[in-house]
Design a protein around this ligand. Structure first.
Ligand code: NAD
Ligand code: MG
Length: 285
């Protein structure tokens, strides 16, 4: 209850996709706290949206558990360099893959570049996403609707399809969904739709890939303090972000990453098709 910052937060707004370096308070991605214990020894992971927020915390945790990681991100080079620094400090290799996942060819590129560098993919974390707040339905442009779907769900389909030939028995896919999958926030209409689709896609793909020994799960975070929030939500909402949860504060990326470690590890060998919620007390039914 007391280790992490509670709202109200300082007034702040940033352009999309946001910079973690400029956030106040600075999100905790486990830089000073995460302790590994060899749970992902010698694994190869590809993580999208890994420059900042939840993706960075997952990258740090995976590296400290023994994995080499390929990090995909849009264009936040400074944040990505910082994540890479932590991965390398853990004694693991890091490959940086900037670019737009709304582009079909780029989805294939990040997979092929990872396979070329490391030889295979053991853990695929589909975590990149775009969202924007709109007060009215009419405000959502056709272009933004398509961009949201291309980035959040079509990219996952494309990346999974390209990655499968590099993934063997015992590997796993983890997709980042959201509490919005079952309780859509109306001001995030397009985004919430894609998160529902991600949860559904996860359930279907898990059934398709079971016989190949590949597990597929999703994580549904509640409010987590990341650049996505300060770059896409109204300043007043940012100021009070997370205050509505039973725990009275937003989660930090460091509080979400351990779930990805569990789902990626052999300890979750019978867990597939699951949606794991990390919501600060709000139940997902
Ligand atoms: P974040 O901003 O740190 O991470 C999202 C990343 O996605 C960005 O860093 C960016 O590099 C990447 N990205 C965005 N558009 C892209 C594009 N077109 N091509 C390539 N990469 C692109 O924020 P986060 O909150 O850590 O987000 C990670 C995931 O968690 C997202 O899927 C988000 O929907 C999900 N999530 C977040 C919250 C929350 O409250 N922060 C809640 C539920 C779910
Ligand atoms: Mg970022």
């Amino acid at each position: 209850m007391t280790d992490y910052p509670r709202p109200p937060f300082p007034q702040q707004a940033q352009p999309v996709p946001g910079s973690q370096a400029k956030m106040e308070p600075y999100p905790d991605c486990g830089e000073q706290s995460y302790q590994g214990s060899g749970r992902l020894d010698s694994r190869i992971a590809l993580i999208t949206g890994a420059d900042s927020g939840i993706g960075r915390a997952v990258a740090i945790a995976f590296a400290r558990e023994g994995a080499d990681v390929a990090l995909s991100y849009l264009d936040e080079h400074e944040d990505a360099q910082e994540t890479a620094r932590w991965v390398e400090q853990a004694g693991r290799q890091c490959l940086l893959l900037p670019g737009d996942l709304a582009q079909k060819d780029h989805c294939r590129h990040i997979v092929e570049a990872t396979a070329e560098r490391f030889g295979r993919i053991d853990v695929l974390v589909n975590n990149a996403a775009f969202q924007m707040t709109h007060e009215t339905f009419e405000e959502i442009t056709d272009e933004e609707w398509v961009k949201t779907f291309d980035t959040n769900i079509t990219a996952i389909f494309r990346i999974c399809q390209a990655a499968l030939k590099h993934m063997g028995e015992g590997s796993s896919i983890i997709n980042t969904s959201s509490v919005n999958a079952d309780m859509p926030k109306p001001t995030l209409l397009a985004y919430a739709c894609t998160k529902g689709a991600i949860a559904n896609f996860t359930g279907g793909l898990a059934q398709m890939l079971g016989e190949r020994g590949i597990r597929v799960n999703s994580v549904a975070p509640g409010p987590i303090w990341t650049p996505l929030i300060v770059s896409t939500m109204p300043e007043d909402e940012v100021r009070h972000f997370g205050s509505q949860t039973p725990l009275g504060r937003p989660g930090q990326p460091a509080e979400v990453a351990p779930i990805y470690v569990l789902l990626a590890s052999d300890q979750a060998s019978y867990t597939s098709g699951a949606l794991y919620s990390v919501t600060g007390g709000r139940p997902i039914l």
